[in-house]
Design a binder for this molecule. Sequence first.
Ligand code: ADP
Ligand code: MG
Length: 698
Amino acid sequence: MAELLSDIQFLPGVGPRRAQLLGSEVGIRTIEDLLCYYPYKYLDRSRFYKVSEINSDVSYIQMKGRLRNLRKVGEGRHERMEAIFYDETGGISLVWFRGIRYAASRLKPDTTYILFGKPSVFNGKYNIAHPELEEATPETEKKLTGWMALYNTTEKMKNAGLTSTTMRKLVYVALEELSQPVRETLPRYILDTYHLMGLDEALRNVHFPKDPVSLKSARMRLKYEELFYIQLSILKQSVYGSKKSRGFVFAKIGTYFNSFYSKNLTFELTGAQKKVLREIRSDVGSGRQMNRLLQGDVGSGKTLVALLTMLMALDNGYQACLMAPTEILASQHYQTICEMLRGRGVTVSLLTGSTKQSDRKEIHGSLEDGRLQILIGTHALLEDTVQFSNLGMVVIDEQHRFGVAQRARLWSKNQTPPHVLVMTATPIPRTLAMTVYGDLDVSVIDELPPGRKPIRTIHYYETKRDEVLRFLKKEIDVGRQAYVVYPLIKESEKSDMQAVEQGYEYIREHLPQFRVSMVHGQMKSTEKDEEMQRFVRGETKIMVATTVIEVGVNVPNASVMVIESAQRFGLAQLHQLRGRVGRGSEQSYCILLTPYKLASDTRKRIETMVSTNDGFEIAEADLRLRGPGDLEGTMQSGMPFELKIANLVQDSELLTLARDTAMRVLESDPSLSAPANAILTLQLRKKTKETIDWSKIS
Ligand code: ADP
Ligand code: MG
């Protein structure tokens, strides 16, 4: 007899060695973990085929029959075992290259076997290598037939005999051994409302499906549960769980905002910018803490929205800060904002890792006594020594580089949490936004400032680099500037620098008439900054760089972005890089250089880039091509628990349903204290404990 939480070691067929492997390789430590180790695929063993039915369309096939001509052939390394498997319609060759002695000792002629294997063609005839063979008895027929689950196992597991077949057997034993049905983890009323299968039945069917319909219901129930608890956990921590939501009231729009608007702003806000500002205004006036995600494609004018939002705080007597992920970006924001605010008498400072000690002291002092109104910087803002006198508004640029926990650290700088505006230029597909940023309200700037021409994207093979150079020359001759970007090569900073340096030499050699800048990760940040500034001022015409220039850099005169080895970049990154051009009124170009031979996924990425400029389309394509687990920064930005069976792309409808349910539950019972919801609190606590402790991450 076993309980859900029994140590896996004591399950018949496991033992200490396998238990250790199960734990270290795939995190299975208890019976429950094993039952939640879901199959990745199912094979149809619902019927027996005849030998005569084998054709090139079947992949795996199950048959019933006997063996003859069992024999060893060949010598030494070439030794193998062969046999003929036959039924009343004909015979097919079987062959073993491994496990020969075992097969020889076990297999007998004149016994009826259930065979399962994958026919392939050898010398013009079908054969099956390493088939699974089980003696046909009423019991094995019952156990083996139907829809058969396949389990992922690692190399180490396989070496210890923990194959997919073994895993299936272990799950079978575990389900047999359980002393009682698996206890339900969703409230009855939710099961009833959505006609969901009970947990015990779902677990049994997901491992040993009765039929395709039951399998579907079982999977749906398990997916729903996963998505539901993620949503519940996220929503409970946010607006719906009332505690944290009290916020400063910004009652008025005052002089800073108004005089900036009328005196400093040289252009009209776009409709989308106005819409977002209205949303923000209503948030900060509501008495609840704002937690808003501002999505806007590169160049859509988020910085201006950020600035106006910070001015709202200033008008109500509060301080504001703006945090960016890199020094280059922070200092560019600082310059842009100082320039935009000229004449308004607002105090602004920049704080980064390379701020001098004496300046730091000055900043700390003026922050604490409230003289400093806006602080712009990098992670340095999170340090404990940075204390505000009354921080009312936090703007975070390029969210995907900061984790949930880092956001939380800014909260904790005040008694009452400041309002938070998170800006991202990497559009996040809706389904992912609901999961990863489920605690944030979302605003979208879906309109570019007027007069921008869509960027033209062209794919060239590397053999055509000459043409690209001619094109660069032509553009620079009429006064434009260009970027040439090389991929960062992971964990090998040296080769990254090498690629950039070689690229730099190559350009200098072929376009000697132009001044060229170079920026890479091995340079000191002051050097990087200086090079950047030379390019911004137009002293250099070409910027050769790694992805350090990826985020935020704004040089409206740059009209060409050449991306070397474009196949090495992810879609999100390519889109970000492309967004560095097309910021002025001139036609801009993005040139993707790749080798001729490309993997099909890569080709699709490149085709996507060529075919659309729409960041949301690109994000959706990215999610489809790579799966959500891979999306840049997703994991670190904090999915509360790992998904084992649900898929954010394929199950987006179920996700919406789960989110609606979670909202409804929290609306009627914010603290989950109703007896019917006791089970929810219990499960949330359990799931949270199993995963990462956010408070320990910085
Ligand atoms: P991003 O959303 O990528 O951060 P920025 O805020 O850097 O975009 O804006 C890109 C450029 O567009 C900047 O030069 C900015 O001054 C300009 N801009 C922003 N809003 C408008 C507008 N409403 N009309 C014209 N230009 C604008
Ligand atoms: Mg920006």
